[in-house]
Design a protein around this ligand. Structure first.
Ligand code: SF4
Ligand code: SF4
Length: 724
C-alpha cells in the first residue's frame, strides 16, 4: 500500500519516561508490545485497520523484538492463529472488524474457547455499530456470551485503554478464557496521551523459539467427549475465576460522585460509553467541566462476565439505577436485573425503557433518557436548561426541513457514498447498464467491497449482499431457477478472502451456469488498500509511478489460480474499455457455453495510483520538468442538456451548471476541476453513442521548446477563430 506509517512506527519504539500522544488504536498497538505479546495477526477493517497496517510496516522492529506478525487471509485464519495459546504460555493478539469478521471467525473462536487458553489471548475488534457503521447492526457481545469469552469495553481514555490491554492478557490467563476487546469508532480515533513503559521482549519469540512441542493432552482438543467437560469448566471454574480477578484488580471503575450528592441513585455504563455519559451529565448540570459527576457511576470496562457482588455493592442503599447500554438485545441490563433478583436486592432498574432500543447512544439520546430518570428520582434538580436544549435541537432540525421543503419542494435526497473520482470500477457498471439494454435485466448478486457503491444511483445494481466474497455462493439458489443468467460481482479482496472456495469451487463442482465478474484493482481497496497476494511487486510501480499497475507482474494471478481450478471460460478486460466490457458481458450472459464464465475486470485502484503519482508529479514540477495531465471537458454549446452522460457515469466531477445560452433552460453538463482524466467520459460517449460534446485536453506544465514554438504559432489563429 502507498500510505506510509513511518511516524506511527516510531511511536511504537517509545519507552519508560516517554509520553505517547496520539490516537486510541495506536495506543492499543503500543500496549500490545508493552504486554509482551509473542504474535499478532488479523484481517483489516474499519475502525481497527491501523493496528495491523502499522505492525506490518513495523516488521523490521518486530523482528528486533521477536514478535511474529501475520497479515491473515481472513478473520477465520486469524482466529485459528490463536490456537498457539492453547498449549503454550504465549500471549497472542488478533484484530478485525466486527460483527462481520467475528461471524467469519466464529468457528475457530468456539473451538478456541472450549479448551480455553494458557497464554493470554486478546481479540481487538472494531465494533462497527451505530452512526457511520458500514455493516449489519449486531453486537459482538452475543459471541462473548455464547462461547464464554471475556468482553472488554474500555473507557475511551488512552491510559485506561492501555491498562485494559495489559489487564486483558492477565485476566485471560487467570481465567483461561480468550478476551474480546471491543472498540467503537470514537474510541479508535479518540486522541490523548499516556506515560509509556518499555516494550517487553516475549520469553517465547521468533528469537527464542520453543525447543519442543507440548506433550499430548487430549483435554486441550475441542473434540467430544472432552467438550462436555469444557462446558462445565466454563461455568464452574473459568467464569468464577474471571469474576474474582476483575474484582481483585479493580478492572471496573467506581466513580463515587461528589460526597453528599445524590447517592440514592446510580449509573451503570458500558466503559466505552463513559465519555458520552459524562457529556450528557454536563448538559443536565450534573457533572463539572472536568467530568466529575454528582451521581455515582460504575463504569464496566469488562461487560462479561459481570461480578454479582460488585453489582450488589454498588446498588446497596440506592432507590434506583440507570443502565446505559448501546443497541439490542439489552444483554447487560437483563443480566443485571437477573443477578440482583437472585441476590434479593430490591431496587428500580431503568435503561431501555428510557433509551432508544436501537442505534448509537449519542449525547442527545442519552440526555433525553437521563432527563426522564432524573426528573423521576431527583425531582428537586432543575432540568429546564436541558429540556430547552433538547427542544431547541428538534426545532432546529424541523426548521431546516421546512426551509428545504419550501425551496425545493421535497426533502433533501440522501447523499450516499460513491466511487472515488476516476475509480476503475465505475466504468464496469456503465458497461453493465449498456449490456442490459441488449440482453435484458439480470439478477446481480453483489458483494462487500468498493463495487458495492454501484448499489447506489445512478447504477442501482445488486439484488443481495450475503457477505464478503459470498456473491457467487449466494447466486447458487437463484441461478438454476432463473431464465436469464445470473451475474455475481466480487472484488479481488473478496475473491481471496472467501470467494475462491465458497463461490468458485462450489460453482465448478456443481456445474453452475452463471457469470462471475471479478474486480481486479490490486488491493483490498475498501478496507484501506492493503496488499493481497495478487498485488504486483514494488518494482512495477517504481518503474512508472503514474501508470496503472498490471497484475500480470505477479506470479500468483487470479487468472492462473482459476485456470488451475478448471475454469474454462475466462476473459480479462481492462475496465476503462467500456465498449469491450459491454460486449464481453453480453457474450458471457448469452454464450451457449454452460459452465462458469469468469470476467476479470482489470484496473488499478485510482486512489492508490493517485497516492503514488501525486508525490512523483510534485517532484517533477519542483525540478522544472515537463508534466502533462489529461483532463476531460464538455463543450457547453454542444451539450443538449439530456444528461445521459451523468446517468451513465456517476462521477462526482461530472456535474451540472447553468446553461450559458439564455434561450435554453436545461442546465448543461460540466467537468469540474477534480477530474483525473481517467477517460471514462470519452469511453461512455463512444460506447453509448452519446452527443459529441466531450473533449479531451492535455494540460502541459513546463512545456518543451518545440511545444512553446507550436503554441506561439497557434495562439493568434485560435484567438481569431474564437472572435469569428
Ligand atoms: S478506493 Fe479504489 S477501488 Fe475503491 S472506490 Fe476508490 S478508486 Fe475505486
Ligand atoms: S474523465 Fe470523466 S469520469 Fe473520468 S475523472 Fe474525469 S469527469 Fe470523472
Amino acid at each position: 500500500m502507498e500510505v506510509s506509517f513511518g511516524k506511527e512506527v516510531q511511536l511504537l519504539r517509545l519507552g519508560r519516561g516517554d509520553t505517547f500522544h496520539g490516537e486510541g488504536i495506536l495506543a492499543i498497538t503500543k500496549a500490545l508490545l508493552q504486554s509482551g505479546v509473542s504474535y499478532v495477526g488479523g484481517y483489516q477493517g474499519a475502525p481497527v485497520s491501523h493496528l495491523l497496517d502499522v505492525l506490518v510496516q513495523a516488521r523490521p522492529y518486530m523482528r528486533e523484538l521477536g514478535v511474529h506478525v501475520q497479515a491473515c487471509a481472513n478473520e477465520a485464519s486469524a482466529a485459528a492463529m490463536l490456537g498457539a495459546s492453547i498449549h503454550y504460555p504465549l500471549r497472542g493478539a488478533v484484530t478485525w472488524k466486527s460483527i462481520v469478521g467475528t461471524n467469519v471467525a466464529a468457528d475457530a473462536l468456539s473451538n478456541l474457547s472450549s479448551p480455553g487458553v494458557r497464554g493470554g489471548v486478546l481479540i481487538v475488534v472494531g465494533e462497527d455499530y451505530g452512526e457511520g457503521a458500514s455493516v449489519i447492526q449486531e453486537r459482538t457481545h452475543a459471541y462473548a456470551l455464547k462461547s464464554s469469552m471475556l468482553m472488554l469495553d474500555p473507557r475511551p481514555e488512552l491510559g485506561t485503554m492501555v491498562r485494559m490491554v495489559e489487564a486483558g492478557f492477565a485476566l485471560s490467563e487467570a481465567s483461561n478464557m480468550p478476551a474480546i476487546m471491543e472498540l467503537r469508532v470514537r474510541a479508535c480515533h479518540v486522541r490523548g496521551s499516556f506515560e509509556c513503559k518499555d516494550n517487553v521482549t516475549p520469553a517465547v519469540s521468533t528469537l527464542q523459539p520453543l525447543p519442543e512441542p507440548a506433550a499430548f493432552d487430549y483435554a486441550r482438543l475441542a473434540h467430544p467427549p472432552v467438550t462436555f467437560a469444557h462446558e462445565k469448566l466454563k461455568v464452574e471454574q473459568r467464569i468464577p475465576a474471571a469474576c474474582r480477578h476483575i474484582a481483585a484488580h479493580g478492572l471496573n471503575e467506581l466513580f463515587e460522585g461528589r460526597p453528599g450528592h445524590h447517592s440514592e441513585v446510580g449509573l451503570i455504563v458500558q466503559g466505552g460509553l463513559h465519555n458520552v455519559l459524562v457529556r450528557s451529565l454536563q448538559q443536565l448540570g450534573l457533572a463539572d467541566a472536568f467530568g466529575a459527576s454528582e451521581l455515582p457511576i460504575l463504569a464496566l470496562n469488562v461487560t462479561f462476565p459481570l461480578v454479582p457482588e460488585q453489582l450488589a455493592a454498588f446498588c446497596a442503599g440506592k432507590r434506583s439505577v440507570f443502565v446505559v447500554e448501546e443497541g439490542q438485545p439489552d444483554y447487560i441490563e437483563r443480566d443485571i436485573v437477573a443477578t440482583l433478583h437472585r441476590l434479593a436486592v430490591q431496587i428500580d432498574i431503568h435503561g431501555k425503557d428510557l433509551l432508544p432500543a436501537t442505534g448509537e447512544v449519542t449525547v442527545e439520546a442519552l440526555s433525553a433518557g437521563l432527563t426522564g430518570f432524573v426528573g423521576r428520582y431527583l425531582p428537586q434538580h432543575p432540568l429546564q436548561s436541558a429540556r430547552a436544549w433538547l427542544a431547541a435541537n428538534t426545532q432546529r432540525r424541523d426548521a431546516v426541513a421546512r426551509q428545504i421543503a419550501r425551496k425545493i419542494g421535497t426533502p433533501l435526497p440522501p447523499r450516499p457514498p460513491t466511487f472515488c473520482v476516476g475509480c476503475p470500477e465505475r466504468p464496469v457498471f456503465a458497461a453493465l447498464k449498456l449490456a442490459q439494454q441488449q440482453v435484458g435485466p439480470v439478477h446481480v448478486a453483489a458483494d462487500i467491497g468498493c463495487h458495492a457503491f454501484a448499489t447506489f444511483e445512478p447504477f442501482s445494481s445488486g439484488h443481495s449482499i450475503l457477505g464478503y466474497g459470498m456473491s457467487l455462493a449466494s447466486s447458487a439458489g437463484v441461478s438454476p431457477l432463473m431464465q436469464r443468467r445470473v451475474l455475481s460481482v466480487m472484488g479481488d479482496g473478496g475473491f481471496w478472502h472467501n470467494g475462491l472456495l465458497t463461490g468458485v469451487q462450489s460453482a465448478l463442482f456443481n456445474g453452475d451456469d452463471s457469470v462471475l465478474l471479478i474486480m481486479k484493482n490490486g488491493y483490498t481497496a475498501a478496507t484501506g488498500t492493503q496488499d493481497i497476494i495478487s498485488t504486483p511487486d514494488e518494482d512495477a510501480k517504481a518503474r512508472e509511478p503514474d501508470k496503472q499497475r498490471s497484475v500480470v507482474d505477479h506470479d500468483a494471478t487470479i487468472e492462473s489460480t482459476l485456470k488451475g481450478l478448471g475454469v474454462q471460460w475466462m476473459r480479462t478486460v481492462h475496465t476503462y474499455h467500456v465498449d469491450k466490457m459491454r460486449k464481453t458481458l453480453e457474450e458471457a450472459l448469452t454464450t451457449p457455453f454452460a459452465g462458469l464464465k469468469v470476467i476479470i475486470a482489470e484496473g488499478e485502484c485510482q486512489l492508490e495510483r493517485q497516492r503514488r503519482a501525486k508525490p512523483w508529479i510534485a517532484n517533477l514540477l519542483k525540478t522544472g520538468r515537463r508534466v502533462s495531465r489529461v483532463r476531460y471537458g464538455v463543450d457547453e454549446d454542444v451539450c443538449n442538456g439530456d444528461h445521459a452522460c451523468i446517468r451513465l457515469s456517476g462521477c462526482p466531477t461530472l456535474t451540472l451548471k447553468d446553461n450559458p445560452d439564455p434561450l435554453k433552460l436545461d442546465p448543461v453538463a460540466s467537468v469540474i476541476d477534480g477530474c483525473v482524466g481517467c477517460g471514462l467520459c470519452g469511453e461512455n460517449a463512444h460506447a453509448a453513442t452519446l452527443c459529441p460534446s466531450f473533449y479531451r485536453g492535455e494540460v502541459v506544465t513546463n512545456p518543451t521548446l518545440a511545444e512553446r514554438v507550436v503554441e506561439a504559432l497557434r495562439a493568434p489563429w485560435r484567438r481569431r477563430l474564437q472572435l469569428t
